[in-house]
Design a protein around this ligand. Structure first.
Ligand SMILES: Cc1cc2nc3c(=O)[nH]c(=O)nc-3n(C[C@H](O)[C@H](O)[C@H](O)COP(=O)(O)OP(=O)(O)OC[C@H]3O[C@@H](n4cnc5c(N)ncnc54)[C@H](O)[C@@H]3O)c2cc1C
Length: 391
């Protein structure tokens, strides 16, 4: 059996939440070890749309909800990190768009009245016209209104790559995880047969948290999965678009983000209402047909006759909520040395790290001295997932 290891904080799960937390803790002098099954970032993180929400979307129901308040500071924190002067140095990460747009097609302007009644929303949103419109909407046939939100869109593979660099040598590829209990207390984990002791253990394994909790014989916190059926379309005729298209309800009809393919063409990644309940019930062919119909109505000037199409099923993993409503903040539960959580949004990873740090400070957990880590098998880092789906 391999030698046992000790560290201040053992993190299980290297999606954006675990990687961000890891980088923050290391910066504060903690020794950390992050273990991951599969490729770093290869779970929900790389399949997300990469939007750093500031909460404006959630104000569509007319009132600023808790979600809007909690998330409002995230674009600033990410912007500073991307500029290299924030809590992490993410200066090499590719920014796909420095704004996300709210797009009301044609006749829907009335639905925005209550939305703009809120002063907090007005101050963060500005209407754009003509040459300021996103390139894909600059067409004489476009008849809608477009508002610029001060929210960013990131290239997630480059984000994961950078966060993996910030992890230094503290990464370990892991297959099996079992509890290490000493004197009736969870003191660490046994990872592929290797004993790892830690002052605190954080589970940030996304959908994998449920299985890890079962391995630790714990029933709480309960997790819910929210299935999505996303659509990808690639064509030489596509230009970049980052927008929520409003459908009259409190959820966007579609949310479009654009990702560069290796051959220079753009791939549109479509979420929003299209990918939720009805979309989940459709098979791949029916979901593609539904997406074609939406785009034919919304952007009829874009010729998609030679486009390639694909769909992707992926679950959002979150703490269990009543009535499957969206959680407002990053979530963290604690039990002895164990902390378990979900950021609930990529954008809220800094909030997730804040919560872990607050628990460490409250419990007086300080960095200690350990023997240097030996060379460890390092997990791979995810690449653009769409390359496997669209050539
Ligand atoms: C389609 C879609 C679009 C989204 N769009 C956005 C968006 O635009 N903006 C936004 O803010 N949020 C968005 N989200 C939400 C966001 O993606 C997630 O909240 C976030 O990525 C979760 O990060 P995570 O690190 O908790 O989980 P994950 O990214 O799922 O990472 C979990 C990691 O844990 C590892 N793991 C699992 N089990 C084990 C185990 N037993 N042992 C060790 N490691 C394990 C996995 O391999 C993985 O690397 C979107 C989500 C989806 C599904």
């Amino acid at each position: 059996m391999s030698d046992s290891l000790s560290t201040d904080i053992l993190i299980v799960g290297g999606g954006v939440a675990g990687l961000w937390l890891n980088a923050r803790l290391r910066q504060q002098g903690y020794s950390t070890l992050l273990i991951n099954k599969g490729a770093l970032g290869g779970g929900q993180s790389v399949k997300s749309q990469g939007i750093i929400h500031g909460g404006t979307k959630y104000a569509l129901s007319g009132a600023l909800t808790g979600a809007s308040e909690a998330i409002a500071d995230m674009p600033r924190r990410w912007r500073e990190a991307l500029a290299g002067n924030g809590e992490l140095d993410l200066s090499g990460v590719r920014l796909l768009s420095d704004a996300h747009y709210l797009w009301s097609p044609g006749t829907l302007a009335g639905n925005l009245t209550s939305f703009f009644a809120s002063k907090a929303v007005r101050s963060r949103v500005g209407q754009v016209k003509g040459s300021e419109l996103p390139p894909a909407l600059q067409d004489a046939r476009f008849k809608g209104k477009v508002y610029r939100l001060s929210e960013l869109v990131l290239d997630v593979p480059s984000l994961i790559q950078r966060l993996a660099e910030l992890a230094g040598s503290g990464l370990l590829a892991a297959d099996t995880v079992e509890p290490l209990r000493e004197n009736n207390e969870l003191t660490g984990l046994i990872v592929d047969g290797r004993v790892i002791r830690a002052q605190r253990i954080v589970l940030s394994a996304g959908a994998g948290n449920a299985e890890l909790l079962r391995a630790l014989d714990l029933a709480q916190p309960a997790m819910q999965k929210r299935p999505l059926h996303m659509v990808l379309v690639k064509a030489a005729t596509l230009k970049p678009l980052y927008a929520h298209c409003l459908g009259g309800g409190s959820k966007p009809r579609i949310t479009v983000t654009s990702h560069p393919a290796a051959d220079g063409e753009w791939i549109w990644y479509l979420g929003g209402d299209l990918a939720e309940a009805d979309g989940v019930a459709r098979d791949e062919a029916a979901q593609i047909a539904a997406a074609k119909k939406e785009l034919a109505e919304l952007v009829p000037w874009i010729d998609l006759s030679s486009a390639q199409w694909a769909t992707l099923r992926i679950d959002r993993a979150e703490p269990a909520q009543s009535a499957q409503s969206r959680p407002d903040n990053a979530f963290l539960a604690e039990q002895g040395r164990l902390l378990v959580g979900w950021p609930t949004k990529l954008a809220l990873s800094p909030d997730f790290a804040d919560r872990v740090q607050a628990a460490l400070i409250r419990d007086g957990i300080h960095p200690q001295q350990y023997s240097p880590l030996p060379a460890l098998p390092r997990p791979a880092v995810t690449g653009p997932f769409w390359e496997g789906l669209l050539s």
